[in-house]
Design a protein around this ligand. Sequence first.
Ligand code: R5P
Length: 297
Amino acid sequence: MRGSLILGFADYREPAQRLAAAAGMDYAEVQVHRFPDGESRLQLPAKLPEQVILCRSLDQPNSKLVELELAAVTARELGARHLTLVAPYLCYMRQDTAFHPGEAVSQRIVGQWLARLVDAVITVDPHLHRTPHLRDAVPVHRALSLSAGPLLGQWLEGRPAAPLLLGPDSESAPWVKSIARLAGLDYGVASKVRLGDREVRVTLPDLEVAGRDVVLVDDIASTGRTLAAAATQVLAKGACKVDVLVTHALFAGDALEILQAAGVGEVLSTDSVRHASNRVELAPLLAGALKTVAETD
Ligand code: R5P
């Protein structure tokens, strides 16, 4: 795709560079200076092609969203006519309704705001539990929601003993089902009640786990409490081992320690969010989606 440029940011440099290589595009970086008071000053290449792809994952999102607005507006001033956002992790998708009176519906507000900035959005496994299509949340001209399921399924195929896949809550059902189907594995889905940011109650499905290797599958690991609660119960019921497979490794605070304390063995994730557990690179998947956007716009 000649005449297109991927504009990355230092905090997501290597995955964005891998994407540029996979898509056959040039890569340049937005220079970000953080002033002592927390404001950001951005500098883009002084001249830009018509097609610009902003590539940054939106974990730890608040300052990144402001910087995205500064970058997108400036990119248009510098000559970009078509802007695509590649955000392998798309933030604020979980708050899709006002769960309590007066709450902001962040999914809709952030989605509409992104849609005013860019012409196309590409993301991976967005948390759209009650929202049928990405475009309903982010009403851009082209909204591509990709699944890491096939890549995660490939990792499972290499394991010596066929594991039982377990989704820790009903919202994980689409991921666990599709990965189980692709890898030809048994699966179950637990149910969860969330009592607070760091407090959940998980109830296992009626499945025999004794003597099995179990892999917990979810889209997002944030505090790790959901996965830890599921792991504790599965091991108490006699599972041989419990590993974890997630698309988005947010792993806030002490999440990894909590998982280890719960008896979790291996933790594996995609590089949608940079983390020591990253094993699956999304660049080929994202490059294919960029090609689709280029061909249809
Ligand atoms: C929500 O339902 C998601 O699928 C995850 O289960 C959730 O975000 C995990 O959160 P935590 O790691 O904080 O328990």
